[in-house]
Design a protein around this ligand. Structure first.
Ligand code: IMP
Length: 432
């Protein structure tokens, strides 16, 4: 380390939570820098399944301090609920173990109402958001009208006043759309209690991290969502409203680039997406069902936050190559390799054919992307269950060839693959 940034290299849900959980064993601090409770990071540990939406996945390691950065948008009620739920199952959470930036923005109940209203107004063109108020909260942030976690340090009347004013402001928008407004005073009540609860956790995260880095601590930055959902670098407007890419870690935590040693990308061994927007390798039918699973297991392809079935398709190397470039990835990690077992053959989209022209990277407009026809390379599949493999050489040769080919096509080494949801279901690839 000192700083390792770990990002999602696809459309989110790459299995970052389990990789962060594994890497956190050698970190002092795990810091989230973007997004809010639209994220759903799942960690399986000793048969227990932990679903984290706001708190960094490092919280499951008792020696790690978890940090929530200024780039996040936080629903205080949901954060308190998450802390209490984790405490109930024995996870120790105190201000020594969880640090919340004073500069993160607060999602109000009115932001959630506005998120729903906006999606409704878009009709068939809706983005398919998680309806957590993410977009409206970031809109108020960049419009310089938001309220911040640091406002919870004010005295209670002053915080209440700001909160009510912010809700009233959003109410005007709801009214303009002919929708029900919120009783601002009532909506603010639970937030006042949450503020009381969260106050001891709030501080200046940038200075906290600067001092920790100067003291030689190792920081792991945990990305949420994925590169292709990035507000700048994703398929706009079908994106989230924050910067999940590596650059977002610096602005979302207030740390300088010279501390960064590594940028790691996590990608699933196939593609998934939730919500609207282009997805060139999307499949219908038996293979999509194979990838998605039945929903009986927590690792099946149904949203952790929304429960929506995920769209599934072959691995899109064009998008992965783009993620390697946009994030400057030093390494890729492939998750869910075990799900590929049992398919006769596997396809990799190595390029797009758009109106007869070949593209190695995504085209610049969504209109072109909508017309993109994947150019597939077919590789042999394997039938063996690989979930007990722990060494690269234990994998069937077809699985090893798949990994090597993806690494070659993306021009990034693949040093780790996961073969199941448990902490130890990992295969290291010393050859990269
Ligand atoms: P929002 O972040 O709720 O505004 O949703 C914007 C888009 O990002 C929608 O397509 C969501 O499905 C997608 N999205 C947001 N968070 C996640 C995530 O954690 N995993 C996968 N997709 C996400």
């Amino acid at each position: 380390m000192p700083i390792t940034i770990l990002i999602g290299a696809q459309w989110g849900d790459e299995g970052k939570g389990r990789v962060v959980d594994w890497m956190a064993a050698s970190a002092d601090i795990v810091a989230r820098y973007a997004g809010g409770d639209n994220a759903g990071h799942t960690v399986a540990l000793d048969g227990e399944v932990y679903k984290l939406h706001l708190i960094p996945s490092g919280i499951l390691h008792s020696k790690v301090v978890s940090v929530m950065g200024n780039g996040m948008v936080i629903n205080p009620d949901n954060l308190v609920r998450e802390i209490q739920a984790l405490r109930k199952i024995g996870v120790d959470i105190s201000p020594e173990r969880l640090v919340i930036s004073s500069r993160a923005h607060i999602i109000t109940p009115a932001h959630i109402a506005l998120d729903k209203a906006k999606e409704l107004a878009l009709g068939d063109d809706k983005i398919g958001t998680t309806l957590r108020g993410i977009g409206p909260a970031y809109l108020d942030k960049t419009g310089r009208a938001g309220i911040r976690t640091g406002d919870m340090l004010l005295d209670v009347e002053e915080f209440a006043e700001r909160l009510v004013a912010a809700i009233e402001m959003s109410n005007e928008e709801l009214r303009a759309q002919g929708l029900d407004t919120l009783d601002a005073l009532q909506a603010a009540q639970s937030y006042l209690q949450a503020a009381d609860f969260l106050r001891p956790y709030i501080r200046d995260v940038s200075i906290y991290l600067y001092e920790a880095l100067k003291a030689g601590k190792k920081v792991l930055c945990e990305g949420a969502q994925g590169t292709l959902l990035d507000i700048d670098h994703g398929s706009y407007p079908f994106v989230t409203s924050s910067s999940p890419t590596a650059g977002g870690a610096l602005t979302g935590l207030g740390v300088g680039p010279l501390f960064v040693d590594n940028v790691l990308g996590v990608a699933k061994a196939f593609s998934t997406r939730v919500g609207g927007g282009p997805m060139p390798t999307e499949l219908d039918g038996a293979i999509a069902e194979h990838f998605r699973g039945s929903g009986a297991n927590f690792w099946d392809e149904f949203g952790t936050t929304t429960g929506r079935p995920r769209r599934c398709g072959w691995l899109d190397v064009v998008m992965l190559r783009y993620a390697v470039g946009v994030n400057g990835l030093s390494e890729l990690m492939l998750t869910k390799m075990d799900i590929l077992s049992g398919l006769d053959e596997l396809k990799l989209a190595t390029a797009y054919n758009i109106d007869g022209e070949l593209f190695a990277f995504p085209p610049v407009t969504n209109e072109q992307l909508e017309r993109a026809k994947p150019v597939y390379e077919t590789l042999p599949g394997w039938s063996e269950d690989i979930s007990n493999c722990r060494r690269f050489d234990d994998l069937p040769s077809a699985a090893r060839d798949y990994i090597k080919r993806v690494a070659q096509l993306c021009d990034a080494p693949i040093n780790m693959v996961s073969v199941g949801p448990e902490r130890d279901q990992l295969v290291m690839n010393p050859a990269g």
